[in-house]
Design a protein around this ligand. Structure first.
Ligand code: AMP
Length: 383
């Protein structure tokens, strides 16, 4: 059974600043504790005589666990585990254990305690992992759940509160490491990022990302980040980054992810208020996509859509060789083009599946009339 929080009851609009973002109180401590009381009473009743082992998933659950277990009045044990929060859960189908179980759970009644279940993917992998260790019973207990975000079927027996799909901090939950110690839960106020669309324009070299980006910028009030253009400007200006970039670009290789992620965040934050941002040429690897997700989530937002401009290989070759005749780009020669396409297939195209799993993928036929392709992209942006 789930209990819904009635947000209309909340009339104290306490506002706080956590790092650069402003949040307003959405669930006061007293209301949280009422829900914790109710869940604790159910656990006490249901698990009496079973000596449950509470397996707390750090970091976010520490405050919930502390209040919860003070109210569970039956003999029980507690242990703490930690998994990498996002990395790997979508791509490999596994959660990475950073701090593991130190005792056997075979034959035990185990209750996983989480602060929040959102997509449910991490919890599903965790349940699969634990089931292999043959516990007698396996229950899920969470303080919060975002039903709108749930992507998998998951049986959450004990859920204190269901909440809307907003970015929250407090009572164990953080924004970029801060806010965990707040006794109440706060929701992010609208900020300059929250209404912006973040469009990943994806495709192999020569698929038309640059051309279509220019048209999108002309039609909508969007900003455009082309990582290739930024790097070429750095090379032209003879900066340190430019010097590093030149060697990679001439060989048709990708620059190290850390360099690209750092550069991207700087450009993104330099934009003023706008309707949206087109990411052209980024991400190009799975770690870059993960870093982009984290970067946007730290600003209370996410990728809105990923648009895959799909163009057959022979056409890409022809287009790039023709472009090379006029572009003067050091990497638009046959040998480097072949390398760039190989790098695309190896390192970049796996992102199609990554974005499918993230529910953001849109396929666009990138072959044919430019106007039709543009209209197809606009249809995705306006859906
Ligand atoms: P582009 O203009 O998008 O075709 O990019 C030209 C070159 O810049 C690429 O072949 C890479 O060497 C480098 N580059 C651009 N974007 C990235 C990225 N996201 N990650 C790594 N290298 C990149």
């Amino acid at each position: 059974m789930y209990i819904c929080v009635d947000f209309s009851e909340i009339n104290i609009m306490k506002t706080i600043q956590v790092k650069d973002l402003e949040f307003s109180i959405s669930i006061p401590e007293a209301q949280i504790l009422e829900k914790v009381d109710a869940i604790a009473a159910r656990l006490t009743k249901d698990l009496d005589g079973k000596n449950p082992l509470f397996l707390c998933v750090l970091n976010g659950s520490f405050m919930f666990v502390s209040d919860l277990l003070k109210r569970v009045n039956i003999p029980s044990e507690v242990c703490f585990v930690k998994y990498s929060s996002y990395q790997g859960t979508q791509t490999t189908g596994k959660v990475k254990q950073l701090m593991g179980l130190t005792q056997s759970i075979e034959g035990r009644c185990v209750v996983i305690v989480e602060d929040i279940v959102d997509t449910g993917i991490t919890m599903t992998h965790l349940l699969d992992d634990l089931k292999k260790q043959n516990p007698a019973e396996l229950h899920v207990c969470t303080l919060l759940m975002k039903p709108e975000k749930l992507e998998v079927e998951l049986d959450v027996e004990y859920c204190a509160m269901e909440i809307p799909n907003d970015f929250i901090v407090g009572y164990g939950l953080d924004y970029d490491g801060f806010g965990r110690n707040l006794p109440d839960i706060y929701t992010l106020n609208e900020n300059r990022y929250s209404k912006m669309k973040n469009i990943v324009l994806f495709g192999a070299p020569g698929s038309g990302k640059g051309t279509q980006s220019d048209r999108l910028v002309a039609k909508y009030n969007y900003q455009h980040i082309s990582t290739g253009d930024v790097l070429r400007a750095e090379i032209k200006n003879g900066t340190e980054l430019g010097k590093t970039a030149q060697a990679y670009i001439e060989k048709g290789q990708l620059l190290p992810d850390e360099l690209m992620v750092e550069m991207l965040a700087k450009v993104y934050d330099s934009f003023g208020k706008c309707e949206g941002v087109i990411f052209d040429g980024f991400p190009r690897t799975i770690p870059q996509a993960e870093a982009l997700k984290i970067m946007l989530s730290n600003r209370g937002t996410d990728v809105t859509e990923m648009i895959d401009l799909d163009v057959p290989e022979e056409e890409l070759m022809t287009r790039l060789i023709n472009r090379g005749k006029i572009s003067g780009r050091a990497d638009d020669n046959e040998e480097t083009i072949k390398k760039r396409l190989a790098v695309y297939h190896e390192q970049t195209s796996p992102l199609k599946i990554w974005y499918q799993e993230d529910g953001k993928y849109n396929h666009i036929n990138g072959l044919g009339d430019m106007e039709t392709i543009f209209n197809d992209i606009c249809a995705v942006l306006e859906k």
